[in-house]
Write a protein that binds this ligand. Structure first.
Ligand code: 5GP
Ligand code: ZN
Length: 115
């Protein structure tokens, strides 16, 4: 855990969040500034700054996050209509929190290409 990382502090319970799922490697919360009727952040429990920092030891982690996402989407009632998974990487990608997370956006039709 990184004590100056917002999402590490949320995962550790030091800061409040609207938690929707937790297990030993993945933690899911509602985004504080939702961009769709359903906007959930799928967080790695361990601190990895971004997908660009994944190592061999993390190979199972992204698969796990996506599998949890599929489960959470069913629970949230957005699985049938579909949803979007987004990972912003670095400045040009629009990343603002340097802790691995996947956005799950649903409940409305998404535009393509993204802005
Ligand atoms: P990024 O910009 O790094 O792809 O995504 C970071 C996301 O974290 C943003 O969508 C932002 O709204 C969300 N966020 C920032 N601070 C908090 C917070 O304190 N709690 C929660 N639940 N979400 C946050
Ligand atoms: Zn962190």
């Amino acid at each position: 855990m990184s004590s100056d990382c917002l999402f590490c502090r949320i995962v550790a319970g030091e800061l409040p969040s609207s938690q929707v799922y937790a297990d030993d490697s993945v933690f899911a919360i509602r985004d504080i500034s939702p961009q769709a009727p359903t906007h959930i952040l799928l967080l790695a429990r361990k601190h990895v700054a971004s997908p660009a920092d994944l190592t061999k030891a993390d190979h199972d982690l992204m698969g796990k996050i996506f599998a949890v996402g599929a489960e959470v989407a069913k629970r949230e009632g957005i699985a049938e209509d579909g949803y979007r998974l987004v990972v912003n990487v670095g400045r040009n990608g629009g990343q603002t929190v340097d802790h691995l997370h996947v956005h799950m956006l649903g409940g409305r039709r998404m535009a393509w290409p993204p802005g």
